[in-house]
Design a protein around this ligand. Structure first.
Ligand code: AMP
Ligand code: ZN
Length: 468
């Protein structure tokens, strides 16, 4: 499996630190509002990376934080006249709901920055002891000049950055030794959440959070660290500096970054105000459509949001679901059990689709090509099955389409799941009617089910049903 590593700027063979296991950290959102669909891109993309790794048999330890202490959270709390904690708790719950609706699996651990302050103080203390940090008036800074490899992820020319940043010295940060030095701990301001520390009451800088949470839940060395491309500099560059100087080990082996979701070719962001929340989209579409839309482009290519593309994703999803439904219909109707000789030969063609799909995913998770393979398979299934196909062959096609979609987190056999639930609840209602000796009602429910194509059979083991 090849993955593009921002650190080396090339595709590399993925070799995990520990055989059969993947340790993966994805920077999560700052929780002060409903998430927008730009934030959803890394969630969907890296959930898909995780699902593919799991499909390959890896045990994935997936950690993704919530940044629950931040200027924006405090500003929102002041605006509403509530505590910062109330804001972050509310939006973590909302974010988890959006994630579930987008079929993004919950992380193995979702740490919260505010619960990890002790670890942050410990890491900052170690950095200070080793000479990588210094404090001035209650603020602790990281000494970037002491880390020779500073800049290795973003491939930036530090001299250019230093001269470009000289103006910072004029804007009140003259206490820094170097314009590129960044904050590890900042002193308390009135009305803001704070914690006691060796440098006085205050709160952590943003970058230290991820170094600490990654170390605590995954260890000092991890396989994959991921996030949106805006995080490469300074966030991830600073995480590398903190972790590698503290632990004396390579922090993460592979750095994966998704490109932006744009709108009118501009980055979708809260500050520009050009965003749609996941909730806005959910009011109009099943979020599976959003998921298919996101994965229809390679994760390292910019993706422009548009109604046209969403409508096209909607009809694409319907095409897969319709094929799945018709395979199910054939399965329910056919009397042929085992594969015919011709179908046995066709099996190789189905296997070839799976191989082609894997080839796409092995090439730095090319979900766009993987989706094309699903469509080829759907077309193949539509033209190569009919009412006389064998159960065995149809089941194989059905399982293959459902499984390949599932790796992308796409639920394509939903209709029947819903139908099953509906049937079960009608059967329950009928049982209740019979118990109450309301036989007219019970018969009425039986007829309703019949009209839905469901036949009931009362047996000694209870009520059985089948599609007719
Ligand atoms: P934030 O809450 O701004 O820290 O963002 C959380 C995650 O969403 C980070 O990985 C960002 O890089 C990512 N992100 C934010 N906006 C976009 C966008 N328009 N396109 C893609 N990723 C984004
Ligand atoms: Zn982070």
């Amino acid at each position: 499996m090849k993955v593009y590593n921002t650190l080396t700027k090339q595709k590399e063979e993925f070799i995990p630190l520990e055989e059969g296991k993947v340790k993966m950290y994805v920077c999560g959102p700052t929780v002060y509002n409903l998430i927008h669909i730009g934030n959803a891109r890394p969630m969907i993309v890296f959930d898909t990376v995780r699902r593919y790794m799991e499909y390959k048999g890896y045990e994935v330890n997936y950690v993704s934080n919530f940044t629950d202490v931040d200027d924006k959270i405090i500003a929102k709390a002041n605006e509403e006249g509530v505590s910062a904690d109330e804001i972050s708790t509310r939006y973590i719950a909302e974010c988890k709901k959006d994630m579930a609706d987008m079929n993004v699996k919950p992380a193995t651990t979702h740490p919260l920055a505010t619960q990890e302050i002790d670890g942050m103080i410990a890491m900052i203390s170690t950095l200070e002891e080793k000479g990588y940090a210094y404090h001035v008036n209650g603020t602790v800074y990281f000494r970037t000049r002491k880390f020779d490899e500073y800049g290795k992820l973003s491939h930036k020319n530090l001299d250019d950055l230093r001269s470009g940043n000289r103006s910072l010295k004029v804007t009140g940060e003259e206490q820094k030794e170097d314009p590129l030095d960044f904050v590890l701990w900042k002193p308390k301001k009135e009305g803001e959440p704070s914690w006691p520390s060796p440098w006085g009451d205050g709160r952590p800088g943003w970058h230290i959070e991820c170094s600490v949470m990654s170390k605590k839940y995954l260890g000092e060395e991890i396989d994959i660290h991921a996030g949106g491309e805006d995080l490469v500099f300074p966030h991830h560059e600073n995480e590398i500096a903190q972790s590698e100087c503290c632990n004396g080990k390579i922090f993460a082996r592979y750095w994966l970054h998704n490109a932006f979701l744009n709108i009118d070719n501009k980055k979708m962001s809260k500050s520009l105000g050009n965003f749609f929340t996941v909730r806005d989209i959910a009011a109009k579409y099943d979020l599976q459509v959003l998921r298919l839309f996101m994965l229809s482009a390679h994760y390292r290519s910019p993706l422009n949001f548009s109604d046209v593309l969403m409508e096209s994703a909607k009809s694409s999803l319907e095409r897969i679901c319709t094929a799945v439904d018709s395979l199910k219909d054939i399965l329910a109707g056919t009397t042929v059990e085992n594969m015919t000789e011709d179908e046995k030969k066709s099996q190789n063609e189905v296997d070839a689709f799976v191989a082609k799909y894997q080839e796409a995913m092995e090439d730095d998770f090319n979900t766009a090509d993987a989706i094309s393979v699903i469509f080829e398979l759907v077309k193949y299934a539509n033209t190569n099955t009919n009412a006389d196909s064998s159960k065995e062959f149809v089941q194989k096609l059905l399982d293959t389409i459902v499984n390949l979609s599932d790796i992308l987190g796409l639920i394509v056999n939903k209709k029947t799941e819903n139908l099953d639930e509906e049937v079960e609840s009608l059967i329950e209602a009928r049982q209740m009617a019979r118990k109450n000796r309301d036989f007219a009602k019970a018969d009425e429910i039986r007829d309703t089910l019949l009209a839905m194509g469901i036949e009931l059979k009362d047996t000694r083991e209870g009520v059985k049903w089948k599609r007719i």
